[in-house]
Design a protein around this ligand. Structure first.
Ligand code: EPU
Length: 379
């Protein structure tokens, strides 16, 4: 019988590629190329190791040319835009990093278009300033426009899926570019067919807006309270945007370089959906631990959605856990955000994430799953 391990050393390594000629080729494609950069600064969590090449593409043409070349040459490629939903491991990336830096936003009366790299909150602000309604509840979310359909970003009662018109994708297997309708994207709670897949790259998004300048119907309880309106009411989009930004700031969910509570990847875990068959067991575990307590829960497909932030806090991980002096802690404003207090490594973040996940599982039998994409390690 052959010893399978004997072959390992003879297999062609996927990372055998020439750095100099690759860099030259990326410059020819129109990218701005840097060598041997640390990647921490490209993410909002600010952790992660180095990469030999970072190629910044500020036009869609450069982006497409660069990615087509890298894919054809089978060079490992990591695509980064806003870096707000990404945790890069301490070993970094042994390949090319493409930074998506396109930025053009085009306004129309009913549909607006944004290039993938456009800063998402700039897109929202531009529409609100132009008197267009519909995106205001998604104010203050870090990241890029192109990332929003990938994980069907949502906040304050609105999901991108409900306002998305279509997306333009580069099919990385065929190299072809095509527009894809929203219905083809398999959008769900913080997910789509694009998430955890290398098959397609978002180049542009088109979003529906309303020219009356009114917000989407306000449904999220916290927001109806803040705005003093009834469920389903509409208000001027700018008013809703201000209220959402205020709420998000209160939770440390608006980026501020001076505030370590915002050195995070937003919600680190998705809100878990407990399958119908397990709900009574989980509720019994919660009652056993906490007594008779109102548990925030929402109906979901095939089960009940619980609040990860609530479960984390009740499992004994309060805001700021494990406390002053730790390099990685929960945000002091919201238990769902894992934060880098300035000198954390990816492994510090990962070990905090595992502690919290295991603690919630131990206390209530509920499994939490990370929302950000991790590179080079798994939680
Ligand atoms: N809670 C706690 N402790 C905390 C924070 C929250 O007990 O430290 C409790 C709250 O009292 C409330 C419940 O948890 O009962 C829910 O909290 P919150 O309203 O802040 O919303 P969330 O479910 O934690 C979700 C999204 C956010 C989005 C907000 C507002 C997920 C994983 N998170 O948070 O999205 O901004 O609702 O719509 O769906 C993100 O995905 O990165 C993100 C920030």
């Amino acid at each position: 019988m052959l010893d399978a391990t004997a072959h390992v050393g003879r297999l062609p390594s996927p990372s055998v590629w020439d750095v100099n000629s690759t860099a030259d080729r990326l410059v020819d494609a129109g990218a701005f190329v840097s060598r041997d950069l640390n990647l921490a600064g490209f993410t909002t969590l600010r952790v992660g190791g180095p990469a030999p090449i970072v190629a910044e593409c500020s036009t869609t043409q450069a982006l497409v040319d660069a990615v087509r070349f890298l894919d054809a040459a089978s060079i490992p490629t990591l695509l980064i835009a806003g870096g707000s939903n990404l945790v890069i491991g301490d070993a970094g990336w042994d390949g090319v990093v493409i930074r998506i830096a396109t930025s053009v936003v085009r306004l129309g009366d009913n549909v607006i278009a944004a290039e993938a790299g456009a800063v998402w909150d700039d897109v929202v602000a531009t529409t609100v300033d132009a008197g267009l309604g519909g995106l205001e509840c998604l104010s203050g979310i870090p990241g890029s426009a192109g990332a929003t359909p990938v994980q069907n970003v949502g906040a304050y009662g609105v999901e991108v899926g409900s306002v998305l018109h279509r997306v333009r994708l580069l099919d990385r297997r065929s190299g072809e570019i095509r527009w894809v309708e929203t219905s083809e994207l398999g959008l769900g709670y913080r997910t789509s067919v694009l998430k955890h897949s290398e098959d397609a790259l978002v180049l542009d998004v088109e979003l529906q807006v309303s020219p009356d300048g009114l917000s989407a119907p306000i449904r999220y309880r916290e927001l109806t309270t803040t705005l003093s309106v009834g469920e389903g009411d509409q208000v001027p989009a700018a008013q809703a945007r201000d209220a959402v930004l205020g709420l998000r700031r209160g939770k440390g969910m608006v980026l501020d370089a001076a505030d370590h509570d915002t050195w995070s990847a937003g919600s680190f875990f998705t809100n878990p959906v407990v399958p119908d068959a397990e709900v009574s067991t989980v509720m019994a575990a919660i009652t056993r631990q906490l007594g008779d307590i109102a548990v925030p829960s929402y109906p979901a497909d095939g089960g009940v959605k619980l609040s990860a932030g609530w479960l984390i806090e009740r499992a004994g991980f309060g805001k700021g856990y494990p406390g002053n002096g730790a390099v990685a802690t929960l945000s002091t404003k919201h238990t769902l955000a894992l934060t880098n207090r300035g000198s954390a490594s990816a492994s510090d973040i990962a070990s905090l994430a595992r502690t919290v996940r295991d603690g919630v599982r131990g206390a209530f039998g509920v499994e939490l799953f990370p929302e950000p994409v991790t590179v080079g390690f798994k939680i």
